[in-house]
Design a protein around this ligand. Structure first.
Ligand code: AP5
Length: 194
């Protein structure tokens, strides 16, 4: 299956995609992870985006589009993929649509993890105590949430118009959310068979 995960920072996109990899046997493509890896290895892309990630701003569309398009051409994406954190702007969504059209592999669906901002802030603050992500501090979390509302939330309407959008309640335990996602995937399969 070819699925996009939408959702604000801390909504559980990465956690749920991690679980779905073995369930669906398709790769998990996280643009955040790709960018962080390239920062850690001091690659040219990493040096360009480092300041943006630290500040909670989006990296430039052209950089991310290029990374994802190269990744989608790799053979492990033939059976499908889970896109986590991409697209994040309307420009990226249009680029993805064009890319998948040329590969003759349209999206099956877009799952939006819905959750309120107090819970997001709590989850990210809890993660900040365990992991060392440069963007998990209160000021940067606020910027990331604003960026989501401004640039990414409009994609809900973008994909609703294309009848590809499904919302999933992201509150509850990881297992509860995972069950809801599996139900949504089943609904997508059924709809796409018709
Ligand atoms: P990215 O890495 O994508 O970060 P994000 O979207 O802010 O998402 P997070 O990883 O913080 O949250 P998540 O929704 O994956 O939740 P998670 O499962 O981790 O992007 C980072 C940066 O890279 C961006 O700010 C931007 O600068 C840049 N970037 C990336 N993509 C880009 C693009 N396309 N264009 C431009 N720039 C881009 O869970 C969060 C925490 O909650 C974890 O500790 C987890 O254990 C916990 N948790 C998860 N589920 C539950 C649950 N059900 N109950 C309790 N705790 C839970």
């Amino acid at each position: 299956m070819r699925i996009v995960f939408l959702g604000p920072p801390g909504s559980g996109k990465g956690t749920q995609c991690g679980l779905l990899v073995s369930h669906l046997k398709v790769p998990h493509i996280s643009t955040g992870e790709m960018l962080r890896k390239s920062i850690r290895s001091r690659e040219a892309v990493g040096l360009k985006v480092e300041g943006d990630l630290k500040a909670g701003r989006l990296a430039a569309d052209a950089i991310v589009i290029d990374l994802v398009e190269q990744r989608l051409e790799e053979p492990d994406c033939n059976p499908g993929f889970l896109l986590d954190g991409y697209p994040r702007t309307t420009y990226q969504a249009l680029a993805l649509e064009t890319c998948l059209m040329s590969l003759k592999r349209p999206l099956d669906g877009v799952l939006e993890l819905c959750i309120n901002s107090e819970v997001l802030v709590e989850r990210l603050a809890a993660r900040a105590k365990i992991e060392n992500r440069a963007d998990d501090n209160p000021d940067v979390i606020r910027t990331r949430l604003q960026q989501y509302q401004r640039a990414t939330f409009p994609l809900v309407q973008f994909y609703s118009k294309r009848k590809q959008h499904y919302s999933v309640d992201g509150l509850g335990t990881v297992e509860e959310v995972f069950e809801r996602i599996k139900d949504a995937l089943e609904a997508i399969r059924t709809k796409n068979k018709r």
